[in-house]
Design a protein around this ligand. Sequence first.
Ligand SMILES: NC(=O)c1ccc[n+]([C@@H]2O[C@H](COP(=O)([O-])OP(=O)(O)OC[C@H]3O[C@@H](n4cnc5c(N)ncnc54)[C@H](O)[C@@H]3O)[C@@H](O)[C@H]2O)c1
Length: 278
Amino acid sequence: METAPQIATPIPGADAADGHLFASLAPQRLFSMEGKVVLITGAAGGIAMGLARGFAAAGARLLLADYTDAVHERVAQFRAAGCEAHGLVFDVTDPVAVAAAVAEGAAVWGRIDVAINNAGVIVRTPFLQLSPEEWQKVIDTDLTACFLVAQQAARLMVKQGAGRIINMGSIMNHVSRPNLVPYVSAKAGVSGFTRAIAADLAGTGVTANALAPGYTITPFSQAADKDFNAFVSGWTPARRWGRPEDIAGAALLLASDAGAYINGHTLYIDGGFLSVTR
Ligand SMILES: NC(=O)c1ccc[n+]([C@@H]2O[C@H](COP(=O)([O-])OP(=O)(O)OC[C@H]3O[C@@H](n4cnc5c(N)ncnc54)[C@H](O)[C@@H]3O)[C@@H](O)[C@H]2O)c1
């Protein structure tokens, strides 16, 4: 008969050292990102602002990356607020630029602890009119870029013996609606890619997970459209759109010690959107 795994008592870690029953599970320790280096792509965008604020509040040092110079204004904002931040301007779909930027980012503080593939684009074209260029642009930005950035970051993280990769998905990882063929295809791929690299990185100390927001108010979204706004607020059990800060809490879970045993997972942050039907 197989013997059951033994539960270690006391729990390994700080509790044993300080004789305290629960100190190591204090949220300020469990969710701390103190000194951790976090790379966020698409960092000039809406959700990225929520992510960056959350990680800054938890003590992280930020590598803010985007292909627009606007990212430098963000860096200045975070520095002014007392957070260590560095800007990287590159196109996530360009393999050569990605390799150079990840190397530049790693050189700033000597490591990258968390890489968040957040850059994304959307095209809303009916399938029968969709051009190969539109298809390719979305696949390149929303899926292939996850591969490019994650691979460069993971090579570094494997050497470090630790790291977290977080790929930005969407409720479209799981469902669909009209006129979003490349986006739905790319985002569904994000869940598969995340599971696949979690398997390949087994035993390295590097985890890979995906975050999948529901409708979240950013320049990307259609919150200004009255009918669509009514649909989202009416359908979502939370009765509101998501906010970039809603995504930050989930990202902190996956990136911190609190998420050490979460791997290959897609975490939906959708106010219950996917849980209901008519
Ligand atoms: N807003 C939503 O409702 C929502 C819902 C689910 C998932 N998402 C996902 O969240 C992520 C962020 O979305 P957002 O709403 O903050 O969008 P956003 O448009 O505000 O931000 C996207 C950022 O990505 C950058 N970017 C685009 N292509 C790039 C490239 N090739 N290289 C470098 N940077 C590039 C843009 O410059 C922009 O700053 C995306 O992956 C999106 O699919 C958004």
